[in-house]
Design a protein around this ligand. Structure first.
Ligand code: AMP
Ligand code: ZN
Length: 509
C-alpha cells in the first residue's frame, strides 16, 4: 500500500516551539505519532483538565478525517507529580492516599477508571496505548543512568538535572527567561534555579508508600522524567506531536525537552510539534482540584446537562483561546446541541429508518481508524452543493483546528432545505466524524437528563404538561400558571411556543 498526502486543504497546526502556524508534515505519513500528557490520578478530573483531552481528541479526529492513521499515547501519572511546580511539597498521590486512608494503588485505580469513563462520555477516542508511570520506573532509572554523568548532580534530596548542560534550555517557554523558567528555585544547593529533580531520594528514616531502589538511593522518579521515557519508548526519539495544557509550556515540557536532548545528545526536542490548549477559566473558582468543591463532568450530569454539551462548549472556542466556563456559556452550548439533535432527528424521520441505518453503519465501521475509506463510503454520490459545504468544513478544521468555524457549517447542513434529507444526513455523519458530537445517534430523549436532585419523574412532567395544555385550551390561565410554577419548583422549565417544539427543559440554576 502506498501512502500519499491526503487530498483536501493543507493542514496547518500551531507549534509552540516556532510560535507559528506551520504546514503539518508527518515523519511517517503512514502513521502519525502523538503523545499527550495524561492526568494525575489523585482526584476526579475537573472540567479544565477535560478540555485538554477534548483538544487532543479534536486533533486526532482531524488527522483521522484527513486520512492519517494515528498512534496516540496518553500517560497516567500515578507517581512523582508534586503539589507545587517547585521541587518542594508532597507527591500529590501520597498526599491523596493519606487523606483518604487508602493505598496509593487503590486511589490510582479508582481515579484512572473515573477518568476513562469521563473520556468515554465525551466521545473521546480511546488512545492506542495508555501508559502508566509506575509500570516504567525501571525504564526511568535506566534513562537517568544514561544522562547522570554528563547532565546531573547529586544533592541530599536526590539527583538533579543541570539545566545549563543543554543548548537553549527554556526555548519552548519563550523569551520570558528568569521569571518563568527560573521560578522553581526553593531547593538548597541547586546550581541553577531552573534545575529540577529527576530522582527524589527518600529522606533518611522516611518511608514512602511508593519507593524504588536506585543508584541514587531509595526514592521515586521526578514527574518530568516519565514523559520523556514513555514517549521515547513507544513513539521513538523524535515523533510528530506532543500535547498538553498551556501550563506545561513553561516547565514540564521545557524539562522534558532538556532530558530528551541530554539523552540523544542532539538539539532535537523529541517532537516536531509541541501543541498546547489554553485554559478553561472559571471565575467562580470551582475548578481547582485542591479547593475541594470543583466542577467535574459528573457534576454537570447531576444538574441534567448532557456531557456532550460540554464537548460542544469546548468546540465553540478555538483551543488556543481561553474559554470561560459559566452557567450561561454551558446552557448556550446545551441549547445549541439540542437544536442540532432536533434538526438531525427530523432528517432521520425524513430519510426513513433504512436510510438512517445505512448512514449509521457507514459511520460506525472502522471507528477510530483512518477515516479515509469510511468517509469515501459516506460521501459517495454527494451533490456539488454538498461537496462545496464539505470543502468549507475541511478548510476550517485544517486551519489549526478552527472548530468554531466548522460548527456553524454542520448547523447549515441541517437547515439546508434544498438538499435531500438523505444527503444532509450523510453530510452530518461525515462532519461529525471530526466533531465527535455523536449526532447521528443522539435523540432528544438522550439529552433530557434527570438532575440528581429533581423531585419529579419524566412521566409526571409529561402528565402535568398535558394537564396544563388542557387548562390553557379552556383559557384557565390560573391553573396553567400554577402548574408552571409547580414544575419550576421541581427544576423543570416550560418553554411556551418554543420554536423547536422542545416544550420543557431542565432548568439550570
Ligand atoms: P493534571 O491532571 O493536573 O496533570 O492535568 C491534566 C491536563 O489538564 C494537563 O494537560 C493540564 O495542562 C491540563 N489543565 C489543567 N488545568 C486546566 C484548565 N483549567 N484548562 C485547560 N486545561 C487544563
Ligand atoms: Zn507529561
Amino acid at each position: 500500500m502506498t501512502h500519499h498526502a491526503p487530498a483536501g486543504a493543507p493542514l496547518t497546526l500551531f507549534n509552540s516551539l516556532s510560535r507559528a502556524t506551520d504546514p503539518f508534515v508527518p515523519i511517517d505519513p503512514a502513521m502519525v505519532r502523538i503523545y499527550s500528557c495524561g492526568p494525575t490520578v489523585y482526584n476526579f478530573a475537573h472540567l479544565g483538565n477535560l478540555r485538554a483531552y477534548v483538544f487532543t481528541d479534536t486533533l486526532r479526529r482531524t488527522l483521522n478525517w484527513k486520512g492519517y492513521a494515528v498512534n496516540h499515547v496518553i500517560n497516567i501519572t500515578d507517581v512523582g507529580h508534586l503539589t507545587s511546580d517547585a521541587d518542594a511539597g508532597d507527591d500529590k498521590m501520597e498526599a491523596a492516599a493519606e487523606r483518604a486512608g487508602k493505598s496509593i494503588w487503590e486511589i490510582a485505580a479508582f481515579y484512572t477508571a473515573a477518568f476513562k469513563a469521563d473520556l468515554a462520555r465525551l466521545n473521546i477516542r480511546t488512545p492506542t496505548l495508555w501508559s502508566t508511570a509506575t509500570d516504567h520506573v525501571q525504564d526511568m532509572i535506566a534513562f537517568a543512568r544514561e544522562i547522570a554523568d554528563k547532565h546531573c548532580y547529586r544533592l541530599d534530596s536526590g539527583l538533579y538535572f543541570d539545566s545549563g548542560s543543554v543548548p537553549d534550555y527554556g526555548r519552548l517557554a519563550g523569551a520570558r527567561g528568569e521569571e518563568t523558567v527560573g521560578r522553581i528555585a526553593e531547593v538548597d544547593g541547586k546550581r541553577n534555579p531552573s534545575d529540577f529533580a529527576i530522582w527524589r531520594a527518600s529522606a533518611p528514616g522516611e518511608r514512602r508508600q511508593m519507593e524504588w531502589q536506585s543508584p541514587w538511593g531509595p526514592g521515586a522518579p521526578g514527574w518530568h522524567l516519565e514523559c520523556s521515557v514513555m514517549s521515547m519508548k513507544y513513539l521513538g526519539a523524535q515523533f510528530d506531536i506532543h500535547t498538553g495544557g498551556i501550563d506545561h509550556r513553561e516547565i514540564h515540557h521545557v524539562n522534558e525537552i532538556a532530558q530528551n536532548q541530554a539523552y540523544t545528545g542532539c538539539a532535537e526536542t523529541g517532537a516536531n510539534w509541541w501543541m498546547h490548549n489554553n485554559f478553561l477559566i472559571d471565575r467562580g473558582g470551582k475548578m481547582s482540584k485542591s479547593a475541594g468543591g470543583f466542577a467535574t463532568l459528573q457534576s454537570l450530569v447531576d444538574r441534567g446537562v448532557h456531557p456532550l454539551a460540554y464537548r460542544l462548549l469546548c468546540l465553540s472556542a478555538h483551543y488556543r483561546s481561553e474559554l470561560e466556563f459559566s452557567t450561561d456559556s454551558l446552557s448556550a452550548a446545551l441549547t445549541r446541541l439540542r437544536r442540532l439533535v432536533i434538526a438531525v432527528s427530523a432528517l432521520r424521520d425524513k430519510a426513513g429508518e433504512a436510510g438512517w441505518m445505512r448512514v449509521l453503519d457507514e459511520a460506525e465501521a472502522g471507528r477510530g481508524a483512518s477515516s479515509a475509506w469510511q468517509r469515501a463510503a459516506i460521501e459517495s454520490g454527494l451533490s456539488d452543493a454538498g461537496r462545496k459545504l464539505l470543502t468549507q468544513f475541511d478548510e476550517a478544521i485544517s486551519a489549526d483546528l478552527m472548530m468554531p468555524r466548522a460548527l456553524p457549517l454542520i448547523e447549515d447542513v441541517a437547515a439546508m432545505k434544498a438538499l435531500p434529507a438523505d444527503e444532509r444526513l450523510r453530510l452530518v455523519a461525515t462532519m461529525d466524524l471530526a466533531l465527535g458530537l455523536d449526532l447521528i445517534r443522539l435523540s432528544r430523549a438522550d439529552l433530557r437528563l434527570r438532575p440528581a436532585r429533581a423531585a419529579i419523574s419524566e412521566e409526571a412532567v409529561e402528565a402535568r404538561i398535558a394537564a396544563r395544555r388542557a387548562a390553557r385550551a379552556e383559557k384557565d390561565f390560573a391553573t396553567s400558571d400554577a402548574i408552571r410554577d409547580e414544575l419550576m419548583a421541581a427544576g423543570i422549565e416550560i418553554m411556551d411556543g418554543d420554536p423547536l417544539g422542545w416544550d420543557w427543559a431542565i432548568a439550570l440554576d
